[in-house]
Design a protein around this ligand. Structure first.
Ligand code: NAP
Length: 248
């Protein structure tokens, strides 16, 4: 019996990278999975790939900055698989530049996708979880840059730190309804987002990691599975670092 047998999970930004791995790992633990992503074709292909692994999966285009699209994603989960029991707010972008050079549009875009997007996801999933009365688990994908701040990422670091405040405040509001809210802070994880990084930046980060390697998306997904499952039944408002010891 899988840890999430009989539950429905929604993962945003799950067409690729860490989000896809989260969807796969939750699905392999028995959850039915809804993939939401701004890229509709890629989301559909991701759901098909999960189907080939015998995971019940469906997809829907969802721009997390649009509240109506997030509401529709959560409703799609209820229609296809039953009310959402696990919500993972994972969608993200980067628009790096130093404070001196960053355009305000790039600051706002990053805050909007990560922070407003996760707020939308938390609000709509929490509403559904309250209505069906069985509680649930919400996991926000922050970043270690929200703890320490990254050079050239004032937008991203602010958004990822903001996600911790969102996690803790919503954990307090939702605890009595049986809804747990936690965050994961990955360090350097090997995905399209990080492989676009200049070689020198990659090498510099490597020197900061006690385990001396980048993490794999599946290693983040395992932490999400733990928080999503009843293994974490008394854990809420927590921040779990998945960093190979970097910035502990
Ligand atoms: P990724 O490979 O770029 O995947 C992010 C996904 O989110 C993409 O499919 C992207 O679509 C989608 N997306 C972008 N904007 C969206 C929106 N408005 N609505 C819905 N979906 C949207 O990135 P990743 O590395 O897997 O990162 C996943 C999460 O982990 C992010 O929150 C990121 O900040 C966090 N994280 C990553 C690392 C790392 O080292 N990779 C470390 C710490 C935290 P498009 O490709 O079409 O834009």
């Amino acid at each position: 019996m899988g840890l999430l047998e009989g539950r429905s999970a929604v993962v945003t930004g799950a067409a690729q990278g860490i989000g896809y791995e989260i969807a796969r790992v939750l699905g392999e633990a028995g959850a039915s999975v809804v993939i939401g992503d701004i890229n509709e074709d890629a989301a559909g292909q991701a759901a098909q790939r999960l189907g080939k692994l015998d995971i019940a999966a469906t997809s829907r285009r969802c721009d997390v900055t649009d509240e109506d699209e997030v509401a529709a994603l959560v409703a799609h989960c209820a229609d296809r698989f039953g009310p959402v029991g696990v919500m993972v707010n994972n969608a993200g972008i980067t628009r790096d530049a130093t404070l001196r050079k960053m355009a305000v549009a790039d600051f706002r875009a990053v805050i909007d996708v990560h922070l407003t997007g996760a707020w939308n996801g938390t609000r709509h999933a929490a509403r559904a979880m309250r209505e069906h009365g069985h509680g649930g688990s919400i996991v926000n994908i922050s970043s270690i840059s929200g703890k320490v701040g990254n050079f050239g990422q004032t937008n991203y670091s602010a958004a990822k730190a903001g996600l911790i405040g969102l996690t803790k405040a919503s954990a307090k509001e939702l605890a009595r309804a049986g809804v747990r809210v936690n965050a994961v802070q990955p360090g350097l994880i090997r995905t399209a987002m990080t492989e676009a990084m200049p070689r020198e930046a990659w090498d510099a980060k490597m020197t900061e990691i006690p385990m001396a390697r980048a993490g794999e998306p599946a290693e983040v997904a395992q932490a999400v599975l733990f928080l999503a499952s009843d293994m974490a039944s008394y854990i809420t408002g927590a921040v779990l670092e998945v960093t190979g010891g970097r910035y502990m």
